[in-house]
Structures are given as C-alpha cells and as structure tokens.
Write a protein that binds this ligand. Structure first.
Ligand SMILES: Nc1ncnc2c1ncn2[C@@H]1O[C@H](COP(=O)(O)OP(=O)(O)OP(=O)(O)O)[C@@H](O)[C@H]1O
Length: 253
C-alpha cells in the first residue's frame, strides 16, 4: 500500500472574481515523483504555494504528512523543502557562504561541501550565485531545498530554459533524490520530462484536474481508445541525436 503524504481535497482559490483553482483533489504518495502538468496559468503554482503554506486558500482541506495547513503550518514548513526564486540569493556571497546562511536560517548544521557534492557543484564552491549557468543555478537551488533533510521537496518548473544535457542531468539528480527517500512534487509543461521523470502525473487545466495516473497508464488508455499517431514513431528523436553527438556529461562548467 502506498502511504499518502499529501492529501488535497476540494481545494479552491479565488483571486477576487477569478477562480484560479476550482476544487482540486489529489493525493501524493510517499517517495514518488508527482508531476502537476498543465499550460501557463492553469493553477499549478497557486496549488503548490498553498500546500507549501505560503499562500492562503479560499476553501478546501490540505494535509501534509498528517499536518493540516490550517493548524500546523510551522510543522509542515519543517518537513518540506521549497525552491527559492533567484532573487532570494544574496549576490555577493559565494555558494558555501549562501549554504551556511541558509542552514543558519533553518537552524540546522550542514556541511556545505557535502551539499554541493550532492548536486555536483563542488568545483563552484567559491563562485557567486550570479556567476553560475542556468543549469548550475537550478542545481544550487535544489541543494538549498535539501538543507533541512526534508521529507518532501517542491520544484516549480526546475528545467525551464535549460539545454538538453542540463535537463537530463537534472532529471537524474531529481531521481536520485527520490531514490534517497524524499518525495518530490514538480510542476512542468514539458511532457517529455513528465513522461521520463514522474511516477504519476496530474493534468491541470483551468484550475481543475482533468486526468491523473502514471504516464504509462495515461498513454495506454489513450491508445486503448483508438488513438493512433499519424507518423510512425522512431526509436530516437532529434534530442537523442544531439545528446549522442555532444555527450551527456555536465557541460555548463
Ligand atoms: N496574486 C495573484 N492575483 C491575481 N491573480 C493571480 C495571482 N496569482 C496568480 N494569479 C492568476 O491565477 C491563475 C493561475 O496562476 P498560477 O501561477 O497558479 O498558474 P500556473 O499553472 O503555475 O502557470 P505557469 O505555468 O505560467 O506558472 C493565472 O491566471 C494567474 O494570472
């Protein structure tokens, strides 16, 4: 039996007259990578921020590891890791100093070099955040989500704007984090990413969930309904050609 770690029931969020989230219900299981997929403005970020206790809901019930967002927000904050927006990083501190600062804020002791090793940034220990490439910035911000050894991390479009190598390397990193026992909730609008990375996905459209299952099952259901692609699918795609030609090692250093 899968243990439910996040339980969202009939979640509603209105911004004045605008209904951004319209009665969402879903469960996230412990130790899975759960994807919220959908177009811009579908309500993914709003939903995440409510679960993270950073935004007020209009109505509905949300529990995280048994804690209610209404009554136990501080308990929830202790067991989750949230990616900060880039603007949150002090520009003149290097990565080690930033990790020391964050661990002080969380009130936990971490070894900055160990944290950097987890995301393969040990060689950038003395670099300032602003001097990192896009992929390195994402990896660093994932490292900051791990400082308090959270049970769940939330990643909001972690690979947007990255090149194919950086994206695939980030997928490996996120999979590793899951394999080490952390539940991962991710938003994305890249379908290939969701298919490769997520154990289960929910499609969100106009503030509602229109499908939820494993990527495999969603695809099988579509095929069972008679769907056929117009062109025969090749066993590789252009991105595979590119990766094959250029290698898959970390390239942004
Ligand atoms: N603070 C706010 N005030 C008013 N409307 C808001 C606010 N925040 C979000 N919205 C609106 O709510 C809707 C859902 O936004 P949200 O950011 O949750 O979508 P999203 O699915 O995360 O989109 P994206 O993929 O673009 O990040 C959008 O139409 C947005 O304009």
């Amino acid at each position: 039996m899968n243990k439910v770690i996040i339980d969202v029931k009939n979640l509603v969020k209105n911004y004045d007259d605008f209904k951004a989230v319209q009665g969402l219900s879903f469960e996230v299981y412990e130790n899975e990578i759960f994807g919220l997929l959908g177009p811009n403005g579908a309500g993914k970020t709003t939903t995440l921020e409510i679960i993270e206790t950073l935004r007020q809901k209009t109505s509905g019930e949300v529990t995280v590891d048994g804690f209610s967002i209404d009554k136990d927000a501080s308990a929830i904050k202790r067991i989750i890791g949230v990616q900060l927006q880039a603007a949150g990083y002090y520009p003149n501190l290097n990565l080690v100093e930033l990790l020391e600062l964050f661990s002080g804020l969380y009130g936990v002791m971490v070894n900055p070099m160990e944290m950097l090793e987890k995301v393969n940034l040990q060689e950038k220990a003395k670099a300032k955040y602003k001097a990192l490439s896009g992929g390195q910035k994402q990896r660093f911000s994932i490292a900051t989500t791990l400082i308090n050894s959270p049970k769940i991390i939330f990643l909001d479009e972690p690979t947007t704007g990255l090149d194919p190598q950086a994206r695939r390397n980030l997928w490996d990193l996120i999979t590793q984090i899951r394999d080490n026992g952390t539940t991962v909730v991710i938003t994305t609008h890249y379908m290939d990413e969701a298919e490769q990375l997520c154990d289960r996905v929910a499609f969100v459209e106009r503030g509602q969930i229109i499908a939820l299952d494993t990527p495999d099952q969603l695809i099988d259901n579509l095929i069972a309904n008679g769907f056929e692609r117009k062109k025969e699918v090749k066993k590789a795609n252009l991105e595979d050609v590119f990766i094959n030609l250029t290698g898959k090692e970390w390239r942004e250093n």
